[in-house]
Write a protein that binds this ligand. Structure first.
Ligand SMILES: *[C@@H]1O[C@H](CO)[C@@H](O)[C@H](O)[C@H]1NC(C)=O
Ligand SMILES: *[C@@H]1O[C@H](CO)[C@@H](O)[C@H](O)[C@H]1NC(C)=O
Ligand SMILES: *[C@@H]1O[C@H](CO)[C@@H](O)[C@H](O)[C@H]1NC(C)=O
Ligand SMILES: *[C@@H]1O[C@H](CO)[C@@H](O)[C@H](O)[C@H]1NC(C)=O
Ligand SMILES: *[C@@H]1O[C@H](CO)[C@@H](O)[C@H](O)[C@H]1NC(C)=O
Ligand SMILES: *[C@@H]1O[C@H](CO)[C@@H](O)[C@H](O)[C@H]1NC(C)=O
Length: 433
């Protein structure tokens, strides 16, 4: 996802079938050998798609289109004018590209603005720190909050030292283990600090690498716990304050945050289709391919939730939901959640990507915008790519087109196009059990 963060493109596939029971489509009489043979027959089509996306007319198209969008619009925070501008541009662009059934579906989304913000160390020396307020944080009074700092390395240390926290700014200097482990400090850091009487909290950015870049993201308050202002700071400043504190040096910070929460605002999910055709000579897959650009993913899949509520009546016609929420670096395969039978079929489909050496099928196809469908039994897939550097840039000002490589994006586009085309065109839906 891109800097301050909006929708994520996904594709899911709709099938022509009126089944009700979740596993109705499993009464297939076909043997696995027949399915294997069917998938193998897509070899030439897969090669043609790869040629188009990686070497041919569509080379660098993903990169060029993304660059145009982000250069034109900039950051697209939920509730902002920029987000609505991005949605209008994408809506028009999908129409201009002759997709079918292009439309917007209204969604109410959170509207929070970061405002002006600063953190200045006053003691032991004057030092202006780079910060980014965390999404949904309250602001400070206009004169700011000036308080002594308590540095801790973990929630356990905070618990042990709870009596020292009252009236202080808690600075978390947790080590980076991996994203899912470490992000708890960003999400719950303010609540845990408030429970022991802190007046604000500053969180070491959740990243394995830093050149003095704060990395933001959503945080959550808890009912019954006071709301305190919270922001992320750089790895460098967190480590420095930890060293200072271990020398017994008193640290004082003045934190000013102009963050404000507004009433929910109008937004849209953007939907487009390539309507299915039962006739292959029309060069469309038999089933409909639907693209959804969900709004307000970062706030907890707000657009995706609304889409699910509206469309779940038709769940029996969904063959596969796919999402790309973890970068578009060089793909290495597909993460997949579904039955063993469906997994075996996906392995055959991915074998069509042998010319690109992107054939792995791993576990955990889940993604924020497709989880509700997966939990309800629809097979789901996420693009797996080289994540080594993903969290270097994630949610920071460094998350720009400069990080993107057109050649890697071409491969990602080819993988997505082959998988979605073939699954949409196969005789049968993916089995759910
Ligand atoms: C695509 O991008 C690559 C890498 O920047 C470049 O070498 C190539 O010429 C570009 N191709 C087209 C068609 O613009
Ligand atoms: C993150 O680290 C924890 C603790 O080492 C481990 O249990 C978990 O599997 C790791 N998660 C990922 C996604 O690698
Ligand atoms: C922000 O405002 C919305 C709409 O009034 C409300 O639902 C939400 O709980 C508020 N968020 C915070 C963190 O106060
Ligand atoms: C559900 O499917 C039916 C039949 O295809 C269609 O008429 C209806 O519009 C669909 N509903 C939604 C919310 O997409
Ligand atoms: C599934 O699709 C078929 C064919 O378009 C349609 O007749 C049927 O009503 C749909 N069922 C549901 C539950 O959407
Ligand atoms: C093919 O992909 C595998 C798994 O990602 C990797 O280990 C291997 O080095 C790749 N081979 C080539 C020739 O790129």
């Amino acid at each position: 996802k891109f800097l301050i963060f909006t929708f994520v493109g996904i594709i899911h596939l709709l099938y022509l079938d009126s089944g009700k029971a979740m596993c109705k489509n499993d009464i297939s009489q076909r043997t696995f050998q027949e399915i294997q043979k069917e998938i193998a027959s897509y070899g030439d089509i897969a090669k043609a798609i790869i040629k188009l996306a990686v070497y041919g007319k569509a080379q660098n198209r993903s990169y060029d289109r993304l660059a145009l969008l982000v250069d034109t619009v900039g950051p697209r925070l939920s509730g902002s004018k920029n987000l609505e501008m991005a949605i209008q541009i994408m809506h028009q662009s999908l129409k201009d590209n002759d997709l079918d059934n292009v439309h917007l579906e209204a969604v109410k989304i959170p509207h929070w603005e970061r405002g002006e913000e600063s953190a200045v160390m006053l003691k032991p020396r004057i030092h202006k720190m780079a910060i980014l307020g965390l999404g949904s944080s309250i602001g400070t009074p206009s004169e700011g909050i000036t308080a002594e700092v308590l540095v801790v390395n973990s929630f356990n240390e905070l618990k042990r030292r709870a009596p020292e926290a009252k009236g202080k700014i808690v600075v978390y200097n947790q080590l980076y283990v991996n994203y899912s482990m470490t992000v708890r400090y960003r999400v719950q850091g303010a609540v845990e600090a408030a429970k022991v009487g802190a007046v604000a909290s500053l969180i070491r950015s959740v990243t394995p690498f830093s050149i003095y870049s704060p990395h933001t993201g959503i945080q959550k308050y808890q009912d019954g716990v006071p709301k305190i202002p919270t922001a992320c700071i750089t790895v460098e400043d967190a480590e420095m304050m930890s060293r200072m504190a271990s020398r017994g040096v008193k640290i004082v910070i003045q934190l000013k945050m102009g963050a404000r929460n507004y009433t929910d605002t109008d937004s849209f999910n953007t939907v487009a289709e390539i309507t299915g055709s039962k006739y292959p000579e029309q060069l469309r897959p038999k089933r409909t391919l639907r693209l959804v650009l969900w709004t307000a993913e970062e706030q907890g899949g707000i657009g995706a939730y609304q889409y699910y509520q509206l469309h779940k009546v038709n769940i029996s016609n969904y063959s596969l939901v796919m999402e790309s929420d973890a970068g578009t670096f060089l793909p290495t395969g597909l993460q997949f959640t579904g039955s063993d039978k469906a997994r075996a079929i996906m392995k055959e489909v991915m074998s069509l990507l042998q010319p690109l050496n992107v054939t792995q099928v791993l576990s955990h196809g889940e993604g924020e915008d497709i989880n509700l469908w997966i939990q309800a039994g629809v097979p789901g897939a996420s693009l797996l790519d080289n994540l080594n550097k993903y969290f270097f840039f994630h949610h920071s000002h460094g998350d720009t087109m400069t990080v993107m490589d057109p050649k890697q994006m071409n491969v990602a586009a080819a993988v997505w196009a082959v998988v979605s085309y073939v699954v949409a065109d196969m005789e049968e839906m993916l089995p759910r059990c």
